[in-house]
Design a protein around this ligand. Structure first.
Ligand SMILES: [Zn+2]
Length: 89
């Protein structure tokens, strides 16, 4: 799910893996991992995009992480896939 923030930066739902805050990037079709601070909502906030796809719209805007909960076992498994399925909303 992508929600437009008031400053037009996309807001992405972040899951806490215990070591990182991860978000599903619909442009790269992969998970991007970011530092999680002290964990949970402490990792919320604006980040520089970790996109590796050229001309990703996130490259210019970055995105805002919004902690939604701990990563589920299913999600952690998907994280290890060469071609992850991501989250479908
Ligand atoms: Zn990306």
């Amino acid at each position: 799910m992508t929600v437009e923030a008031s400053d037009n930066r996309p807001v992405l739902l972040a899951y806490d893996t215990g070591t990182h805050a991860i978000i599903w990037c619909t442009h790269c079709r992969c998970w991007h991992a970011h530092g999680r601070g002290r964990g949970g909502s402490d990792s919320d906030g604006h980040r520089v995009a970790h996109c590796h796809r050229p001309n990703s719209p996130y490259d210019r805007s970055g995105y805002v992480l919004r902690f939604i909960g701990p990563a589920t076992a299913e999600l952690l498994q998907d994280l290890k896939r060469r071609k992850p399925k991501g989250i479908h909303t």
